[in-house]
Design a protein around this ligand. Structure first.
Ligand SMILES: [Zn+2]
Length: 69
């Protein structure tokens, strides 16, 4: 599930770094990036949509995160 709309910020609100994609989730899910070749990390931001709690995921590639992490 990938949601992209006008409310997406330009930079990740968690780490202030450019991100590759953003997704919105209304329930728990498993994230395993140990062997992920595309993404280096994912930041999680709690948000509210239509009065319900969601979690927004910001996906960072290895290039975007760079060597400072
Ligand atoms: Zn981030």
């Amino acid at each position: 599930m990938t949601v992209s709309d006008a409310t997406d910020p330009e930079l990740c609100p968690v780490c202030s770094t450019p991100y590759d994609s953003v997704s919105l989730h209304d329930r728990g899910l498993l994230v395993n990036l140990l062997d992920n070749e595309r993404y280096r990390r994912v930041c999680f931001e709690p948000v509210e949509r239509d009065g319900r709690p969601h979690v927004r995921f910001f996906h960072h590639t290895h290039e975007q995160v760079g060597a400072d992490d």
